[in-house]
Design a protein around this ligand. Sequence first.
Ligand SMILES: [Zn+2]
Length: 353
Amino acid sequence: MAFVPSRCPNTACPQHREPEGRFYYRHGVYRPRCRDGAVPRFRCRRCGKAFSPQTFRHDYRDRKPEHNELVFHLLSSGVGLRQIGRVTGLAPSSVQMKMRKMGRTCRWLHRNLCRTLPAGKTYLLDEEETYEGASIRTVTVPVVIERESWFVIAVTAGPTRRLAARGTRRRLWQERDERRRGRRRDRSKTCVRQVLNRLRQVSAEGSLVLRTDEKSSYRAVARQLFGDRLLHETTLGSLARTTANPLFAINTTIAMTRDNCGRLRRRSWLVSKRCLCLRLQMHVFVAYRNYVRQRFNRDADRQLSSAASLGLLPRALSVGELLRWRQDWGQRSNHPLSFLGERAVADSMSEPA
Ligand SMILES: [Zn+2]
């Protein structure tokens, strides 16, 4: 069984969007240094560009792609970039580059696979607070999940401006910081709107239930985005955080982010220097949580991921499958469960493998 090019990888070529039969011909082989054996090369009859199976892969142009799976496992196990470098023998900057590329692939993968969620579901929203660089530069990380599968629908991270009481040392520090860097922006509401808008895009028509705490801005934003479709249930923040708490699933998911992402731990050195990189790490977490990890430890079926329990995929993905194909071509990217690359993400929407 050999790799079948599903389309021309040149996005400007007509054979990329609508490939026809044998749009390519064989064009020799090459022997990559990082893999055993020969890799076939092809050439597009239309645009004349040469390509190989490698052009379709996530690790296209990677140095040392053999470390990618281990790097992903460690990134989703709360290990810091420097320590991952020590374990794998990579430079910290290489680990950082790999993390960013994986973050982008994971973001695309989630966007490609999570198109429409079943109707009649209950969703939970909450924000966790962290910081970038120094503890005075606070950051909010809103997270939306589905209640039964614990599937993470959307997550983002943005700056918030939380001033300490006047005259305190912390406030003086903040004022000094703002004089140097300019007034800190507060994107809390925008970030909440972003994640809820994503929920609106993927949730099926009809009514849905959203559970949050009593923060007043949630009600306004949700009402604006969903209108009468929405039943909004709020829970008192003072209620004990037990399994009986209506927000138990989101509270635990946020605890999981702190466990799986080293940079979200409290009192740790691993803090993000920039919000952007925190977002990339969160995309790695979301891919791990939704597509790789078993839904609950108590589930007998170890292949039942959160995505599988929602019917988005037939089973959990291995990290090798998750990071197999590049996903930046949207629905035209190869499906992660398509071993030979013959099926695109769009093909399997109606007919799962
Ligand atoms: Zn072409």
